[in-house]
Design a protein around this ligand. Structure first.
Ligand code: CTP
Length: 405
C-alpha cells in the first residue's frame, strides 16, 4: 500500500543514512516529504533531500514563501506517517515532554498521524537514565521506537545507539500500517535452496534465491506474527525482526531443524526449494580425476519430504506449500496439495519466479483457485498472508487436515 511519509531529520551524523532511506522509500512507491531541524542541515543540505524526494524541504517553523506559513500543521496533515530518523536525544526529550520549539517538535506536537522514531546517539547518551525515561514516555504515548543498533559509533566508542541501517528501517516501516491479521500467531518458514554435498567442495543445489521466502517472512511479521526462519542457501538479505533464524545446508539438516521447532507453531510455510535426493556415496575428501576419463559415479538416496512430514503430525500447524513447476503448473500443483495433505498451495512457473524480483502465482485451496497478478514478491507475499489469515479461523490452528466431514 503506497503511503505519504513525512521524514523528519534531526541533527546527527546518521542523517547521511536518511538519504538512502528516502531513496528506498521512493523505490517502494511512497511519497516522501522531508522536514529538517536546523542542526540537521549542518550534516546534509536540504538540497540533497529535495533532489532525492522530489519535493521542497523545510527546516524552519515559519519559512518565507511557504504558503500560509503553517508548515508545521500542513505537513503532517498530508502525511500518513511521520518518521523521525535520525532522532537525536534532544529531539526525543522535547517530544517526550511536549516541548515544541522548532519545526520537527512542532510537527510532532501538531500531528494527527502516527509517529515513529529511530534514535541515533552515543552509547552513553542512549543509556543515560533521563534518555531512557524519555524513551519509556514515548512508548507509553503510543510512539513507535525503532531500537538503535549495536556497533562502532561515529565518535569512536562502541555500543548501542547507532541508527538502524536505511534498508532495515525501510523494511520495518510498512509494519506500522499493515493489518495485524496474524497477530499472536507463530509462523515457521523454510526458504532458499538446500545443498547436498558430493565432496567437501562440491554439491547438488538449485537456483532458488530465497526472495519469495524473505518476502513472506516480512509479510507475516508485518501482519503481527512471530516469525522464525530455517534458511538454506539464499542470495538475498534476510528480513529484520525475526524471532530465530537457523542456517542449514542439506535437506536432512533442514528436516531436523524444522521438526525441532514446528510443534510450537500455528503456521508452517514451506518455501524452500528442497533437494529431493542426497548423495549416498559422498566423499570425505575432494574427488580427484583418476586419469581413466571415466566420471565418478554419484549415487543418490531419497531425502525426507519436510512439508508432508509436518502435515502428517497429529497436531499439524496450518501448512502452506509451494509448487514450482516448469510445465502443467496447475495440474501438478493440485496433485501436490492432495499428496502432501495440505490446505493451501501456491503454484508458480519456475521461468516466471526463480531468481526474479516478481512472481505470478495461483493459490489453490479447498474453496478453489485464485490467480494473482504478476507483481513484486512483497505484493504476492501480502496476498498469500491475507489468504492464510482468511483460512486460519475456519480451519483453526493445529486442526487435522482434511477436516473430518
Ligand atoms: N518440499 C519439502 N521437502 C521435500 C521436497 C519438497 O518440504 N523433500 C516442499 C517444498 O518446500 C514445497 C513443496 O514441498 O513447498 C513442493 O516442492 P516441489 O519441489 O515443487 O515438489 P516435490 O515434492 O519435490 O515434487 P517434484 O520434485 O516431483 O516436483
Amino acid at each position: 500500500m503506497k503511503k505519504h511519509i513525512l521524514l523528519g531529520i534531526s541533527g546527527g551524523i546518521a542523517a547521511y543514512k536518511s538519504c538512502e532511506l528516502v531513496r528506498l522509500l521512493k523505490k517502494q512507491g511512497h511519497e516522501v516529504s522531508v522536514a529538517m531541524s536546523r542542526a540537521a542541515t549542518e550534516f546534509v543540505t536540504p538540497l540533497t533531500f529535495q533532489a532525492l524526494s522530489g519535493r521542497p524541504v523545510l527546516s524552519e517553523t515559519h519559512q518565507a514563501g511557504d504558503g500560509n506559513g503553517m508548515a508545521h500543521i500542513n505537513l503532517t496533515r498530508e502525511a500518513d506517517i511521520f518518521l523521525i530518523a535520525p532522532a537525536s536525544a534532544n529531539t526525543l526529550a522535547k517530544i517526550a515532554n511536549g516541548i515544541a520549539d522548532n519545526l520537527l517538535t512542532n510537527l510532532a506536537a501538531a500531528r494527527k498521524c502516527p509517529l515513529a522514531v529511530a534514535p541515533a546517539m552515543n552509547v552513553e547518551m542512549w543509556r543515560n537514565p533521563a534518555n531512557q525515561r524519555n524513551i519509556a514516555q514515548l512508548l507509553s504515548d503510543g510512539i513507535t521506537v525503532f531500537p538503535p543498533a549495536n556497533g562502532e559509533q561515529a565518535c569512536g566508542e562502541t555500543g548501542t545507539g547507532r541508527m538502524p541501517e536505511a534498508a532495515e528501517l525501510a523494511d520495518l516501516l510498512p509494519d506500522l500500517w499493515t493489518e495485524k491479521s496474524l497477530s499472536g500467531k507463530r509462523v515457521l518458514i523454510t526458504l532458499g535452496a538446500t545443498f547436498e554435498a558430493i565432496d567437501p567442495v562440491r554439491g547438488i543445489t538449485n537456483l532458488s534465491s530465497g526472495q519469495m521466502g524473505a518476502a513472506l517472512a516480512r509479510a507475516c511479521r508485518a501482519a503481527g506474527a512471530d516469525v522464525s526462519l530455517v534458511c538454506g542457501q539464499v542470495q538475498t538479505a534476510l528480513p529484520a525482526g525475526m524471532g530465530e533464524t537457523v542456517r542449514v545446508l542439506g535437506t536432512e539438516e533442514m528436516y531436523g531443524a524444522v521438526m525441532r521447532r514446528v510443534r510450537d507453531c500455528d503456521v508452517f510455510i514451506s518455501v524452500a526449494a528442497v533437494a529431493d535426493y542426497k548423495v549416498s556415496n559422498a566423499s570425505g575428501q575432494k574427488l580427484k580425476k583418476d586419469g581413466s576419463g571415466r566420471p565418478p559415479v554419484i549415487e543418490l538416496a531419497e531425502n525426507p519430504d519436510i512439508l508432508a512430514s509436518v502435515a502428517a503430525l497429529p497436531d499439524a500447524p496450518f501448512c502452506v506449500g509451494f509448487a514450482a513447476e516448469s510445465e502443467r503448473v496447475l495440474e501438478y500443483a493440485r496433485a501436490k496439495r492432495i499428496r502432501k495433505n495440505i490446505p493451501l498451495i501456491a503454484a508458480n512457473d519456475v521461468s516466471v519466479a526463480m531468481g526474479k524480483a516478481s512472481n505470478q502465482i495461483t493459490l489453490i485451496d479447498d474453496a478453489g483457485e485464485t490467480a494473482l497478478p504478476l507483481c513484486g514478491k512483497d505484493e504476492t507475499a501480502a496476498a498469500i498472508v491475507r489468504r492464510i489469515a482468511e483460512l486460519l479461523p475456519a480451519r483453526g490452528c493445529g486442526a487435522a487436515y482434511p477436516a473430518p466431514s
